[in-house]
Design a protein around this ligand. Structure first.
Ligand code: DGL
Length: 269
């Protein structure tokens, strides 16, 4: 019995960590496609092919439910997967919707028409592929009106985190926040729209300053998964918990252990 969590690399561990704290009895199989990270600079077909291959692997290991703990895959591939690829009896859920529900103060499954919400100016930080997909704006438009979204493609941040170069990652975050603030000086809220960014969340918060509400995915996704499993307990599937990577297990587990502050053992897929 296990739920699958998929990301292009290490970022999905931020979601895994929150899920394992919120739902300690839910076994998890994590798959990081580190050999092909970052996804954020790839085109949509490429992201689709890599994401379906990863998710198929998790289905083959017994998962019935896979969380795409990757905004880039959620933005570029999820709709296409749900429309024609996901087999009967399996589910793939993305990480956008819980975030947008929190931003627009909606409950799960509230399908009422879009309405005015408290926030008017929102800064979105995400990978270049997520920004260019405009998936965030599209999902937001189903739920809210009158919200101005300024998006900053944060080139280089995921590469630096995957390489373990946190000094570079932090410097890049500061410069991306500066660039966004030149276009939107006083956002009310900021969305960290990439699962790698919680690893540098404090740097985002400091650069954004007080008064900006920062929305970060891990705890929102964990709460929404808990809600989902309460309604659909049969989706727990089968399979043995594991940490898997398409990359080099030794170097991935060294980084993962550093980020999660507990020992993690990765296996090659
Ligand atoms: N962590 C992923 C995301 O949430 C992917 C980053 C990447 O591979 O570029 O977008």
């Amino acid at each position: 019995m296990a739920v699958g969590i998929f990301d292009s690399g290490l970022g999905g561990l931020t979601v895994l960590d929150a899920v394992s704290k919120a739902l300690p009895d839910v076994p998890l199989i994590y798959l990081g496609d580190n050999a092909h990270a970052p996804y954020g600079v790839r085109d949509a077909d490429d992201i689709y092919d890599l994401t379906t291959a990863g998710v198929q692997h998790l289905f083959d290991r017994g998962c019935d439910l896979v969380i795409l703990a990757c905004n880039t895959a959620s933005a570029a591939a999820l709709r296409r997967m749900q429309e024609g690829w996901v087999p009967e009896g399996k589910r793939v859920l993305g990480v956008f919707v819980p975030l947008i529900e929190a931003l627009t103060e909606r409950n799960w499954g509230d399908n009422s028409p879009p309405r005015e919400v408290g926030v008017k100016e929102v800064a979105l930080f995400a990978t270049p592929a997520t920004v260019s997909s405009r998936a965030f704006q599209r999902e937001l438009a189903f739920r809210a009106i009158g919200v101005d979204v300024e998006a900053q493609p944060c080139g280089g941040v995921v590469d630096a985190i995957e390489d373990g170069d946190m000094i570079l990652a932090e410097a890049l975050v500061r410069s991306h926040v500066d660039a966004l603030k030149r276009r939107m000086p006083e956002p009310q809220a900021a969305i960290l729209g990439c699962t790698h960014y919680p690893l540098v969340e404090e740097v985002f918060r400091a650069a954004l300053g007080d008064g900006v509400a920062v929305f970060s995915q891990p705890s929102l996704v964990a709460a929404s998964l808990g809600d989902y499993l309460e309604r659909r307990p049969e989706m727990l599937g089968s399979g043995e918990p594991a940490f898997l990577t398409t990359g080099d297990p030794k170097s991935v587990e060294a980084q993962a252990t550093l980020f999660l502050r507990r020992e993690i053992k990765f296996q090659a897929v």
